[in-house]
Design a protein around this ligand. Structure first.
Ligand code: ZN
Length: 395
């Protein structure tokens, strides 16, 4: 079931990560199971040989020009971690679907990943047919045909398919070229106030650090719009859970940005595209262990109130995703417990009413909603939460 994703990311990021080990030591880098890469272009070579992850052209030895910083969000391969993948997908500009050339297509997890991309409307997809070194030319062609029929009629229909051996770093330049063409850096709408989903949050202090040396909490995520700069005041919602007497509620957090990191570098301003790490003055005990995952960050006073109930216009799949065998998706019933992925937040919800495609749910915890976004719906089937469809939030 290993499609060679880790090897591919290593082939795409090797030099870059090593180069920034100093920054890694300084600790703000978002640890998300992701890697930062730099794409470079040789001014003398023709495509695709001109594309490289190195600052010297491996083809002709010329110094290369920096193209862009890219962050890879590693989506867990195992279906049990589907909800984690959906959170990651909420901050992705595009996706690389890795398919092993030595396996039958599609594997259940590949099917599930594609379904998630479909749900979240991630259209910019590059397909990597990996491990071509492990099969004969005939087998590779047969596998290629299986990929084509698998993606027919799906959101990945027009995705380029790049045959690769990540292990031997064959065709990595072609992968970069495809990413450049298919997953462009998103347009930056700088006029809108900043908005970011929190995908990770942590405490960067070593155990036993004295109070005077303690660094504030760090949050990581991806900007949906606008930009952040050092010194900005920010608000984080819904915030932290507070219990006072018999009253329990979420309280928004207010803090200041003390440092910023994007593309593995310290920066003054951070924009859309790739992952951003934000150093704050927050008590690190609040941010530690992903404590703020699922929150949204913006300028104070610009964020909408969190929702505790939602009305969804739902679309259910015909069959349950991720199961080997065919199992029909039954209708959603009142009082049923379902899991919703809303942005980077995951919450249990209880169905209050169902009328045709319109479902009203009560959320276990409040969730901030950025737009009329898509919400992934899972139901417990055979002991696991499985994806059964999606809903669009109605106002
Ligand atoms: Zn060159």
């Amino acid at each position: 079931m290993d499609h060679g994703k880790t090897t591919l990311v290593k082939a795409l990021t090797g030099t870059w990560t090593a180069k920034h080990s100093e920054e890694l030591k300084r600790g703000i880098t978002i640890k998300i199971g992701y890697a930062d890469a730099g794409f470079w272009k040789c001014p003398k070579c023709e495509p695709p040989q001109c594309y490289t992850t190195k600052n010297v052209c491996p083809n002709c030895g010329s110094p290369t020009e920096f193209l862009r910083a890219v962050s890879f969000v590693d989506c867990p391969g195992h279906e049990i971690l589907m909800t984690t993948m959906l959170s990651g997908a909420a901050v992705m500009d595009g996706a690389i679907l890795v398919i092993a050339a030595n396996e039958k297509v599609p594997q259940p997890q590949t099917k599930e990943h594609l379904a998630a991309l479909e749900i979240l409307g991630v259209k910019n997809i590059v397909i990597v047919q990996n491990k071509i070194d492990l099969v004969t030319r005939e087998k590779a062609l047969e596998n290629y045909k299986q990929i084509l029929s698998f993606i027919e009629g799906t959101i990945a229909e027009d995705a380029p398919i790049i045959p690769v051996s990540a292990q031997w770093e064959v065709n990595i330049d072609l992968v970069i070229k495809a990413i450049e063409e298919k997953i462009p850096t998103p347009k930056r709408d700088l006029s809108k106030p900043p908005l970011m989903y929190v995908l990770r949050s942590f405490d960067i202090n070593r155990p036993g650090t004295s109070i005077d040396d303690l660094k504030g909490g760090v949050i990581g995520g991806s900007l949906l719009q606008g930009y952040f700069q050092i010194g900005d005041e920010i608000e984080i919602r819904p915030g932290v859970y507070v219990k006072k007497g018999n009253k329990a509620y979420y309280e928004p957090l207010y803090t200041e940005i003390t440092s910023l990191q994007a593309g593995g570098k310290n920066v003054e301003k951070a924009y859309c595209g790739g992952l951003v790490g934000i150093g704050t003055k927050l008590d690190p005990s609040i941010t530690k262990g992903d404590g703020l995952i699922g929150n949204i960050v913006g300028r104070p006073g610009h964020l909408r109130d969190p929702y505790t109930e939602l009305t969804l216009d739902i679309t259910l799949f015909e069959r349950i995703i991720g199961l080997q065998e065919y199992q029909k998706v039954e209708k959603i019933k009142p009082n049923e417990a379902i899991v919703l992925n809303i942005g980077t937040a995951t919450t249990l919800a209880i169905v209050r009413s169902v009328k045709d495609n319109i479902v009203e749910v009560l959320l276990r915890r409040p969730v901030c909603i950025a737009y009329k976004q898509r919400v992934a719906i899972s139901r417990k089937v055979k002991g696991r939460w499985r994806l059964i469809g999606y809903g669009i939030v109605k106002d």
